[in-house]
Design a protein around this ligand. Structure first.
Ligand code: FEO
Ligand code: CA
Ligand code: CA
Ligand code: CA
Length: 674
């Protein structure tokens, strides 16, 4: 199907799904290189295709680490780490559900006022001015900067907007080439993007609530001025007519996952930025024709312009015919100081430009700052940033040089179980002027092209990547329906992978800054009963516990891994709503998964984030009532503002579904799953 067919297809119930399907057409031109290159798999392909796993298969698949670890020690530590809760029953309905013995309370919803003078939400009369002081749309990353026990700043990304359920009488706009959009609606969308930062306080009753009166509360939107640092700051390729210095950008967009730095600042990852750029120059099929663009090669690799939103019709900076350099100013990691509303956010170009899913930080054994970040596109790469200097008290502050002086690496997963981190450094290897990289600025702006040149491994859509204890990291490879059988490799072993997998990395010496480590596959997702799926779970995993399309993940303070899912329209293939799962990484239960929370229909689960010494867990339910509602028994149509599949969380007949942050606590106030 070409772009027009996908947009008009009834298979995709909303714009986000349709454009994601369109994005299935990969932009990475170097796929041929891996075929046969690492095809001699680390594990036999027959084992992967086996549906249910016997003991022997489990032992051979669960990786060298589990096999070489002293059995008794591993088993003992596993017992200590077990998740103590009664598993939730799988399913999918209009409401959310949590395991027995826990509270799951709504903390904040789209439109809720977050500043002292914000107006109350009026969904029939929304304005950009009101939205810019109210909680934004499609909450994804949640972080927390604790200021004292029971108090701190919640930091939430607002990834994108769904106009068909936000605005009355509008419907899906991509199908009509945005004919219903107006300048006012576009401005509301822009104000609903970005992030929210606001104080929350835990009351005597153990419930968290927003303190609207904290003067540091603020919205960050697609119009918030931000500065740049790192090698691309001020570069001619970042200069525009509004910003001839190339140093000040308006706004941040498509902020998906993120991270918190060790010093308590908030990192927002700019993911599908390409979708916001417009062009009126189209080819015969209605696709943007960038052949006359000076940045054509770069735009092609990044999928610019995506034309997912009509912003470029009202704001010239989003129209590449008028501002060809504006896309070079997005696709970065943005740092925000949650305690200082006057501090202008910083786009850290040293961390590279790609569709950053997240930016999870850790301090390596050698004291340096390490940030893992995936490029969420089919056949794109996994990256890691390592600061030049160790983290010290003196450099632990907003705008630290730890985010500009260092090395960005991209991963190559070898079939022998080694992961090599390849440095993206101008002048080294192929990253020279002869190959189009005149300086480190070009490497920072065209990170994807630089990583292509180094021979990184094209992955099955790298979503969140979470550093764990003892030099481990866990990579969520969410799915890749476009990988052909002859494109499989050891680290991406399934063709047409609908359900994704999780890779565990163990960095050499237990040191996250190492340039080399080992990798193994923790689980291959999907239904273990269906042989063709080729799933791999610990055999103890129940019918409730297996999942598809891992997206976000977090560790609790006992070092245990939690995974949230985003199946999109694929949920119809599992029958299960998205949710949160507890996944064992050690000992005899390695690869064992249990369901803890599930979303209302059509919602994706984001967060998760543990705070309050793991007595509080923040979850974000994004786009409730939208994805795959044609498969929702009894509804079986696309959601609209007037006729949504669910009106979660208000269940008010005059209110559409609202993306919301949920706070999970244990009824007895104890540690989650402790
Ligand atoms: Fe926004 Fe990669 O999920
Ligand atoms: Ca994500
Ligand atoms: Ca995470
Ligand atoms: Ca996702």
């Amino acid at each position: 199907m070409d772009r027009k067919d996908i947009i008009q297809s009834t298979e995709y119930g909303n714009k986000a799904e349709a454009f994601e399907a369109f994005d299935d057409i990969p932009t990475n031109p170097h796929l041929g290189r891996t075929i046969g290159d690492v095809i001699q798999q680390r594990y036999g392909r027959r084992d992967f295709l086996r549906g249910s796993l016997g003991v022997a298969a489990t032992a051979s698949l669960f990786g060298a680490t589990a096999l070489t670890a002293p059995r008794q020690v591993a088993a003992a530590s596993a017992r200590d780490s077990r998740y103590v809760f009664d598993e939730l029953q799988w399913g999918n309905d209009v409401d959310h559900h949590i395991a027995e013995g826990y509270n799951a309370d709504i903390l904040v919803r789209w439109g809720d006022p977050i500043t002292a003078d914000a107006p109350d939400f009026d969904v029939m009369n929304q304005s950009a001015e009101a939205q810019a002081q109210q909680f934004g749309y499609n909450n994804d990353y949640v972080g927390f900067a604790e200021t004292e026990p029971g108090r701190g700043m919640l930091c939430v990304n607002h990834e994108y907007t769904n106009e068909e359920v936000m605005f009355p009488g509008l419907g899906r706009q991509d199908r009509s080439d945005f004919e219903g959009m107006t300048a006012d609606l576009v401005d509301i969308e822009m104000a609903a993007h970005g992030g929210s930062v606001f104080e929350i306080v835990k009351g005597a009753d153990g419930k968290w609530a927003i303190n609207r009166d904290n003067p540091a509360n603020r919205r960050i939107t697609a119009n918030t001025p931000m500065t740049l640092d790192g090698p691309a700051a001020g570069h001619p390729r970042l200069r525009t007519s509004a910003d001839p210095a190339g140093m000040t950008v308006l706004g941040t967009i498509n902020n998906c996952a993120g991270g918190m730095t060790p010093w308590g600042t908030y990192l927002m990852a700019e993911e599908n930025f390409h979708g916001y750029f417009w062009s009126d120059v189209l080819d015969a099929e209605g696709k943007p024709d960038i052949s006359a663009q000076p940045e054509a090669a770069s735009m092609d690799r990044y999928g610019v312009p995506g034309r997912w939103y009509a912003w470029g019709q009202y704001h010239d900076r989003f129209n590449i015919d008028k501002e060809p350099n504006e896309p070079n100013r997005f696709g970065y990691i943005v740092e925000v100081d949650p305690l200082n509303p006057d501090a202008m956010p910083i786009k850290h170009t040293a961390l590279g430009r790609f569709r950053h899913e997240g930016a999870e930080t850790t301090i390596a054994a050698d004291g340096r700052l390490v940030i893992y970040s995936g490029d969420d596109n089919r056949f794109d790469y996994q990256y890691k940033w390592v600061s030049a200097d160790p983290v010290t008290k003196a450099n632990s502050h907003f705008g630290s040089s730890l985010l500009s002086d260092g090395t960005l690496y991209v991963a190559r997963f070898d079939a022998d179980g080694t992961v090599q981190w390849l440095p993206l450094v101008h002048g080294q290897g192929p990253l020279t002027a002869e190959n189009g990289f005149a300086s480190q600025a070009d490497v920072a702006i065209d990170t994807r092209l630089a990583a292509d040149a180094l021979g990184a491994t094209p992955m099955d859509r790298p979503e969140d990547a979470q550093p764990g204890p003892n030099g481990t990291a866990y990579l969520m490879l969410t799915n890749n329906s476009r990988r052909a059988a002859d494109q499989t490799d050891a680290a991406n072993p399934r063709a047409e992978s609908r359900f994704g997998h999780i890779i565990e990395i163990r960095e050499d010496g237990g040191n996250h800054s190492a340039e080399k480590g080992t990798w193994s596959i923790l689980v291959l997702c999907g239904d273990p009963k269906v042989e063709e799926v080729g799933a791999m779970w610990n055999p103890e995993t129940s019918e409730n516990g297996w999942f598809g399309s891992p997206d976000n993940c977090a560790f609790d303070n006992a070092g245990r891994l939690w995974i949230s899912t985003d199946q999109g329209s694929n949920w119809g293939r599992t029958g299960k709503s998205d949710g949160l799962y507890a996944l064992e990484t050690e000992g005899d239960l390695r690869g064992h998964s249990k369901l803890f929370f599930r979303c209302p229909v059509g919602g994706e689960l984001c967060g998760p984030y543990f705070a309050d010494e793991s007595r509080t867990l923040f979850l974000a339910v994004q786009h409730p009532g939208t994805d795959g509602t044609k498969d929702f028994a009894g509804f079986e149509r696309d959601s609209t503002f007037e006729d949504p599949a669910t009106r979660w969380p208000d269940f008010n007949p005059n209110m559409p579904p609202r993306p919301s942050v949920v706070v999970v606590t244990r009824e007895d106030g104890g540690v989650i799953a402790g």
